[in-house]
Design a protein around this ligand. Sequence first.
Ligand SMILES: *Cc1c(COP(=O)(O)O)cnc(C)c1O
Length: 224
Amino acid sequence: MGSIPSNIEALRNALPSGVKLVAVSKTHSPEEIMTAYNCGQRIFGENRVQELALKFNQLPGDIKWHLIGHLQSNKVRQAVKMADMIESVDTLKLLEVINNESAQEGRMTDCLLQVHIASEETKSGFLPEELLSIDLISISAAMANVRICGLMGMATFTDNHDTVRSEFRSLKKLFDEIRGKYFQTSGIFTELSMGMSGDWQVAVEEGSTMIRVGTLIFGERIKR
Ligand SMILES: *Cc1c(COP(=O)(O)O)cnc(C)c1O
């Protein structure tokens, strides 16, 4: 494991241009985040609103914070004040709450719809067939304060790259299908967030536009 700057450098050199790097900083200190910031890293991912709030208040204002963890309705008001993007929208109800709270705040919140692609039951998200059956055009039109920017997914936690690859491939297929069906002319549905420390190369090969990497940058997280 190298230093934070050398880890970021290595990832940047390996990433095709156009693929964004979200540095997942959950459990890591503001000092470690500043080390990454000082290498030019600006997008950071957090999974808890409470932890994000602590960091948000003491770190530079030009950081783009992505919320990547399951979000409860009662935390949405706080979340929309801080997050540049909520990647973990897993129900239409939640999208609606985000829209309402964003309107209250006079904001537009970028969102990704999280899709359940893994075989683990514990991971949340829309089922692919569910997403294909909802009319995202009317939903986008009715919710003026959220932008549906794309999809996010997490592959099964396994060393079997064939499993991971086929899950990413089916997510990319779903992404293309939804874009073609609902967003052909709007140009907002452009992000496909997939790939973490263990599988980002496979994700990029399968069409990811945004990877979310924690361990490979900051080292192992201490369990809490
Ligand atoms: C923690 C987390 C990551 C980063 O995981 P690493 O394996 O440390 O890279 C990415 N995405 C989500 C949704 C996470 O919760």
